[in-house]
Design a protein around this ligand. Structure first.
Ligand code: ATP
Length: 471
């Protein structure tokens, strides 16, 4: 059986006008993949051929009733969520269906809102349980099914690999995804990977909402009708229309104002929006991915972010660790950016000095990968030939690199105690020097150039001391 990227609904009813009505309602609300079957005897053969996530099953049908079909579906396909539809006076039948494994029930004539809510809930639950079982498999195998989707994200870090695995699991669902992480950690790259893996044929449409007031936000995202405001001479579609069948990426959502947050919540919950100046609600089938580098819980405490919106965003959350927490990526990224900058500047890829990678691991990188890319590209721009100069890196991070290993200065009265704790008594200058050299070499992972930098002595001086110590 073929695996699909979208979730599929099967409607089973012997009354064709009910099938058509329900299908139109669901289609208009953004559910794209719907099968219908009016002959209940063909349902089990259909389920052998096709993968289905939710079934809306009429209980009264000729030949094979829904009451008889339900246990067969539940036994053979326990992963499928079945919603039964029934006439109003059948409380006992409903109770026995629910006990027999039905997910929900609806009373005929079918209420559109009830149908949409129940199908939406069933699909959410179905996707959560599939995610859980896929995640369990990933936990034991450490595999990626589509490594090519992450080719633009250079990393060999374990935590990042877990992020990639999680993205593979959630990319195919309809639910929104929220990506958090400091600036420059690669959130937009992750959003693009989610889109590429989603199997959606529409485009990836990014929008940075920082600095947009509510009017700008609504107009850019939802568009406007003719005459909505002075200057609106013609109707204009918003980005949400452009993202139809694809992915809308909203960056910096922590900066959204109160009114815009309410509109975003409606879009996430109901897939509905109003173009500016219109009283007619529109539906969207765009998948929504959002990102922020701000601490949303802190914003909630300050009354700047809605609690209900936050909980809606939490369903699928991807967190990208800062570069300083994945230092094993530094040499890979250095090599990648040297190659990229050299190609962009039409230069030969420079050879970095061996101590550069170590020096980079001692820096905090507040701007994360973006900052590292900028530094490398600046260094390659200035590069004249031979070994890459460390100058660009030193001037950008020099003082901070040296401050990294510094411990807070002990208060004078405790200095003696601290020295006593390390040496067992008051040490000689030579003993302190030997200890400091050993500590600097440890922090610089054995790199003499870097250790000399920390100790504030020339490399040759350090080298001489090390030799005399070992002599
Ligand atoms: N792992 C990575 N491999 C290669 N390039 C990366 C990686 N992570 C980030 N970059 C590059 O760093 C830059 C910033 O990435 P991106 O825009 O995705 O970050 P961001 O987290 O969305 O930043 P912000 O919060 O400021 O919007 C881009 O040029 C991107 O290509």
């Amino acid at each position: 059986m073929k695996r699909r990227n979208t979730q599929r609904i099967l409607l089973v009813d012997d009354e064709l006008d009910i099938l058509d009505g329900c299908r139109s309602c669901l289609k208009n609300s953004g559910f794209g993949d719907i099968l219908t079957e009016s002959d209940s005897r063909l349902v089990l053969p259909l389920l052998e051929r096709e993968e289905v996530d939710v079934i809306v099953l009429d209980l009264h049908m000729p030949n094979l009733s829904g009451v008889d079909l339900l246990p067969q579906i539940v036994n053979r396909y326990p992963q499928i969520k079945v919603i039964v539809s029934t006439a109003s006076n059948e409380v006992e039948t409903v109770v026995s269906c629910m006990k027999g494994g039905a997910f929900d029930y609806m009373v005929k004539p079918i209420d559109v809102k009830r149908l949409l809510t129940s199908v939406r809930k069933a699909l959410e639950l179905k996707s959560l349980s599939s995610e859980l079982s896929t995640l369990k498999q990933y936990m034991f195998t450490d595999r990626l099914d589509h490594p090519e989707a992450f080719s633009s994200i250079v990393s060999s870090n374990k935590a990042m690999r877990a992020v990639f695995q999680y993205i593979e699991v959630v990319a195919g669902t309809r639910q929104p995804v929220t990506i958090t992480g400091e600036t420059g950690t690669g959130k937009e790259l992750a959003a693009r990977a989610i889109h590429d893996l989603s199997g959606r044929s529409g485009p990836f449409v990014p929008l940075n909402v920082a600095g947009l007031d509510d009017n700008m936000f609504s107009d850019t995202l939802f568009g406007h009708v003719k005459g909505a405001f002075t200057g609106a001479d013609v109707a204009r579609d918003g980005l949400i229309t452009r993202a139809s069948g694809g992915t809308l990426f909203l960056d910096e959502i922590g900066d959204l104002g109160e009114m815009s947050q309410i509109k975003l919540l409606r879009l996430l919950q109901e897939q509905e929006y109003y173009p500016v100046g219109s009283d007619f609600v529109k539906k969207s089938d765009a998948r929504i991915v959002m990102a922020t580098n701000r601490d949303l819980q802190e914003l909630i405490k300050q009354g700047k972010f809605r609690n209900d919106l936050y909980y809606r965003l939490c369903a699928h959350r991807v967190h990208l660790p800062p570069l300083r927490d994945r230092l094993d990526d530094v040499p890979l990224l250095l090599d990648h950016f040297l190659e990229k900058a050299a190609a962009q500047l039409d230069k030969k890829k420079p050879t970095p000095p061996p101590e550069l990678a170590v020096m980079l691991t001692l820096y905090r990188f507040p701007g994360n990968v973006r900052e590292m890319e900028a530094l490398v590209s600046e260094a390659v721009l200035r590069h004249k030939g031979g070994v890459l100069s460390m100058e660009t890196f030193r001037s950008a991070m020099g003082s901070e690199v040296q401050s990294v290993p510094e411990a807070p200065a002990p208060r004078t009265e405790s200095l003696e105690q601290a020295l006593g704790a390390v040496f067992g008594r008051f040490p000689t200058i030579a003993e302190v020097e030997e200890q400091m050299i050993a500590e600097a070499m440890r922090k610089a992972k054995g790199n003499q150039g870097m250790a000399a930098n920390m100790l504030g002595v020339a490399r040759q001086t350090l080298n001489k001391r090390l030799k005399s110590q070992s002599a």
